[in-house]
Design a protein around this ligand. Structure first.
Ligand code: SF4
Length: 369
């Protein structure tokens, strides 16, 4: 559980988002009230690898009568998670290989990831960081936080910090404020990013006070970015739209990264609706990720060739301001690369063969310089 409340602290004393966290579906017994569990023994094994939490907000959106419902697939554990392919890895993108001190990954020169907590409000069945989030793992202690800040000060080439996890917005306001205050004391840090699925699964967490905390720690040249994680248009419900509008009004810059997931969003119509709906609420689609090689997630994986073909189709369907880049995070901590359809092939010096967005084959002659 993400919180420990002092003795005597009552449910009615909690803020609404904290009450909702207490009401999540976290056990097989509670899940049974929505959908029957066929094989309890096997499901217990599944939950040993990746814990369960479905927020009340998302539970209302899931069609529990339909096992193929995209929101059902993303939130409800399945026996298929016990199947692990030889290619799947414990730490699929090499976070640990690029971790010079605990709770920090330094993969790219100009930015670091900080794991502020390993708790989430809602556990995604395709989670790529399940080796940390899958069970209750402690977050950084105050000594760890000191070491993290000392590391960043000693690396002035770092001008961006990404607070991730887990989900950093499951921390209390005071904890978030502490992180922001410590990071803003480091003069080389310009941009602070939060990677969070809270605006999707627990929109009540975006309280007025939280928005004030965020806004108090940004100015004209030191922005706060919030990178959300909407994967399906049905996740963009009324309450989600309201909290995004609240964040936008406070000047928080919002981007979205989706994951390409089989049975969830692996078709042109769903991705088009997702990317356009996000853009309409002023959330810029930023990345579409190829699913990382996390253990037990193969039933969600879309072949690379199919993903590239989807991007080719989207090129002619979706306005450029709504079209994200399709990315592959290479195993071993080697970083991300864009997966781009080939639209241009060199024929001879100055002569190219182009395939237009509507599939016409065209010759393009390049003026000599
Ligand atoms: S919110 Fe992120 S870290 Fe948490 S379960 Fe989902 S993918 Fe994993």
């Amino acid at each position: 559980m993400p919180f420990a409340f002092a003795d005597g602290f009552k449910f009615s004393d909690m803020e609404r988002w904290q009450q909702e966290l207490q009401q999540c579906i976290r056990t097989l017994d509670k899940l049974e009230t929505h959908v029957p569990t066929k094989n309890r023994e096997r499901m217990r094994e599944v939950l040993k690898n990746m814990r369960l939490s479905i927020t009340p907000h998302t539970a209302k959106l899931i069609d529990f009568t339909n096992p193929n419902d995209p929101l059902f697939l993303m939130g409800v554990p399945q026996e298929r998670e016990l199947t692990v392919t030889p290619e799947e890895l414990v730490d699929p993108i090499g976070d640990e290989a690029k971790s010079p001190i605990p709770f920090l990954t330094h993969r790219y020169k100009d930015r670091v990831l900080i794991y502020a907590t390993f708790s989430c409000s809602h556990y995604c069945r395709f989670c790529f960081r399940r080796f940390k989030t899958g069970a209750a793992n402690p977050g950084p202690s105050s000594d760890d936080v000191n070491r993290i800040c000392e590391y960043i000060v000693a690396h002035p080439e770092v001008d961006e910090v990404i607070l991730t996890g887990g989900d950093p917005l499951t921390l209390l306001d005071a904890q978030i404020e502490d992180w922001l205050r410590r990071l803003r004391e480091i003069p080389t840090i310009a941009r602070i990013r939060f990677h969070t699925r809270v605006p999707v699964n627990l929109p009540s967490r975006i309280t007025d006070n939280l928005v004030t905390v965020l806004d108090n720690h940004q100015d004209a040249t030191h922005p706060i970015f919030l990178v959300t994680h909407f994967n399906h248009p049905r996740e963009i419900a009324t309450e989600n739209i309201e909290v995004i509008a609240k964040l936008v009004r406070a000047g928080v810059v919002i981007r979205n990264q989706s994951v390409l997931l089989r049975g969830v969003n692996d078709n042109v119509a769903t991705l088009t609706q997702l990317f356009k709906s996000l853009t309409n609420i002023r959330v810029v689609p930023y990345y579409l990720h190829q699913l990382d090689l996390a253990r037990g997630t193969n039933h969600f994986r879309v072949p690379l060739e199919q993903g590239i073909e989807l991007m080719r189709e989207l090129q002619g369907n979706v306005t450029g301001i709504a079209l994200p880049r399709y990315m592959l995070d290479l195993p071993g901590g080697h970083g991300k690369i864009p997966l781009t359809p080939i639209f241009l092939t060199k024929q001879a010096t100055g002569t190219w063969l182009a395939e237009g967005p509507f599939r016409e084959q065209l010759r393009y002659d390049e003026p000599m310089v």
